[in-house]
Design a protein around this ligand. Structure first.
Ligand code: ADP
Ligand code: MG
Ligand code: ZN
Length: 613
């Protein structure tokens, strides 16, 4: 009988498990239910693929991401597993094939959409061989999560029909509340709770006040020339505008949103996954169906709806473990837009409304608090974080704008004084004007209306002129997010008002923190980031060989009709280009090169490495 370690080496070519993978697989092998919470890139697939690889019976994987299923099946088959999928996009011939293999008992792992599983009969046919039912993206089952799906609610009925199979619920983003909900909704039976640390140390987080959207996005793209990136924007119009701007600046990119013809969307997604396109500019509809591992940056041109959304969307960067950056461009008006959208069909039930307000407050706080962003994210998901306390003797995580010193906070007395100036401007104008008006007042920019109201004679007029408009705008947003100011919708105009907490602050009750982004852009980084991780010195990467290996990989992938990463990851190619193995045995030592890959591609890659091709 094969051990889990042997299976890991033979099928995937990895020497060791990532955190909690072994425990998860073990639970399944023992027939126990489990809840697995691991960040994106944490290796969740292996948790349910391993028992299947060990030949213990059939594993069923429920996933809502139909677009991703074919790639997942391709990846599993490349590792040497008998994998199949059943979903609504399958043509009749392929569906028949899948059913045939299933009825012959050949299938080791079957990916199904929830709709398929809910259909009569499927489970009854396979129940006898079924050892594991894995529910991927399990947060979809929870109303408190950020992606509730009604079909997921009905899964428990189906699970009850296969009482002998172990259940495994997997997700990347779940607050403790959502974890509880998953366990009870899927009726997990005394599950092993395997909750990994949510931090993604290879991601550099940055959050800046939005000034000039396109310029700020271009800065990120220019820091990462020729790399894969995703830019998220809120509306279709924004997507079109940003994509056009990036294209004009010479960035290889395409727009992606629900308003485009299906054919264009499919092509954009395809080109992106197959590395014919560097950047996708998209509404959040994009990304649910892509697993490209070498995305080097994710920029949010607008503030996302919640920290959970942010974690998931930004998490699409750096799945391969290499360094990558996540940049959020914040404006308080984005939060108002989210609120308006959520309420456009009428008021929400009180607890939904409360949840909405809490989510908006939390993402706002993330964006403007001058506190280590790794820490804020980890704590949001209920985990302790110590990474920012000491890095080689220097405080700071070394991987966020705060700890890198790109955003500084005002000394506390100066912060209080500045806050009071802004609050008093909102107070003096009686809460009857918008944020823009109040900022202009503080900047000493007298508009017609201001003169009419005599506001240009107020003491606060021009009081923050020296600080510059971007800073004053950002501070106003920061005060909104910290609850000292509020934006009240009255008629068509959002009005800026001081809150009770704001009035208290003016009496020196309470504390406030204000951040100021440094004017200079972060320095550009070198290109082959894939090698930056881990810090193991080792031989240098032969860039030229690396490019030739990528070319070979792309040719093979095109012939097979699979994304390049399914053949080998960048990290495997980088290791080949550094170590230059000359024999199949040596090539086998490279991480991510398993038995089946040696068999299929070993000779081709060795020829390129040894220069015979
Ligand atoms: P998740 O679903 O948690 O986001 P995946 O299952 O897609 O993560 O795995 C992320 C990446 O990590 C994949 O490219 C996979 O090949 C790699 N990986 C998984 N397990 C290991 C391991 N034990 N050692 C090295 N790499 C691994
Ligand atoms: Mg996954
Ligand atoms: Zn930090």
């Amino acid at each position: 009988m094969m051990t889990p370690e042997e299976a890991l080496r033979r099928f995937w070519g990895y020497e060791s498990f990532k955190p909690l993978q072994r425990e998860a697989a073990q639970a399944a092998l023992e027939g126990r239910d489990s809840l697995v919470v691991l960040p994106t890139g944490g290796g969740k697939s292996l948790c349910y693929q391993l028992p299947a690889a060990m030949g213990r019976g059939l594993a069923l994987v429920v996933s809502p991401l139909i677009a991703l299923m074919d790639d997942q099946v391709a990846s599993a088959r490349e590792a040497g597993l008998a994998a199949d999928a059943l979903h609504s996009n399958l043509d009749a011939a392929r569906r028949l094939e899948a059913y045939r293999r299933l009825s012959r008992g050949e299938t080791a792992i079957l990916y199904v959409s929830p709709e398929r599983l809910l259909m009569e009969g499927l489970l009854e046919d396979v129940a006898a061989r079924l050892v594991l039912i894995a529910v991927d993206e399990a947060h979809c089952v929870s109303q408190w999560g950020h992606e509730f799906r009604t079909e997921y609610r009905r899964l428990s009925e189906v699970l009850e029909r296969a009482p002998k199979a172990a259940r495994m619920a997997l997700t990347a983003t779940a607050t403790p509340e959502v974890q509880e909900d998953i366990c009870s909704q899927l009726r997990l039976r005394s599950p092993r709770r395997l909750v990994g640390h949510p931090d993604r140390p290879n991601l550099v987080y940055r959050a800046f006040p939005r000034r000039d959207q396109l310029v700020q996005i271009l800065e990120v793209a220019r820091r990462n020339p020729g790399s894969g990136g995703i830019v998220y924007a809120q509306t279709r119009k924004d997507v079109e505008r940003i994509a056009a701007g990036l294209k004009r600046a010479g960035v290889s990119c395409a727009p992606y949103h629900a308003g485009l013809p299906a054919e264009d969307r499919r092509r954009a997604q395809d080109d992106f996954v197959n590395e014919r396109l560097d950047v996708a500019v998209a509404t959040i509809a994009f990304g649910m169906g892509i697993d490209r591992p070498d995305v080097r940056y994710v920029v949010h041109a607008n503030t996302p709806r919640s920290v959970e959304h942010y974690q998931q969307e930004s998490g699409r960067a750096g799945r391969d473990g290499g360094s990558a950056e996540c940049v959020l461009l914040f404006a308080a008006s984005d939060l108002a837009a989210h609120r308006a959208l959520a309420l456009k069909d009428g008021p929400l039930a009180p607890e939904r409304r409360q949840a909405l307000e809490r989510q908006l407050r939390e993402i706002g706080r993330y964006a403007v608090s001058p506190v280590c962003r790794h820490r804020l994210l980890a704590e949001h998901f209920g985990a302790a974080y110590q990474g920012d306390t000491l890095q080689q003797g220097v405080p700071g995580c070394g991987a966020c704008d705060i700890c890198l010193g790109e955003t500084k906070s005002l000394p506390s007395e100066e912060a209080l004084l500045t806050a009071k100036k802004i609050l008093s401007a909102a107070w003096r104008t009686g809460g009857r004007f918008g944020a823009g008006y109040v900022v202009n007042l503080l900047m000493g920019k007298a508009e017609e209306r201001m003169k009419r109201h005599g506001h240009d004679a107020l003491q606060v007029f021009g009081l923050l002129k020296e600080a510059g408009e971007p800073a004053v705008r950002s501070w106003t947003d920061q005060l909104i997010v910290q609850g000292f100011l509020e934006v009240a919708e009255e008629g068509d105009y959002p009005l800026l008002r001081i809150t009770g907490a704001g009035q208290a602050l003016c009496r020196d009750e309470g504390t406030v923190r204000l951040g100021v982004p440094a004017p200079q852009a972060p320095r550009a980084r070198k290109k082959s980031k894939v090698l930056e991780r881990g810090g193991s010195p080792g031989p240098a990467l032969d860039e030229e060989l690396f490019e030739r290996l990528r070319l070979l990989r792309r040719r093979i992938a095109e012939k097979l009709g699979v994304p390049p990463y399914v053949v080998f990851h960048d990290s495997a190619l980088a290791e080949m280009a550094a170590l230059k193995p000359g024999t199949p045995e040596a090539l086998r030592q490279v991480k991510g090169v398993g038995d089946r890959k040696i068999e299929r591609y070993g000779a081709d890659f060795l020829e390129v490495i040894t220069g015979k091709r």
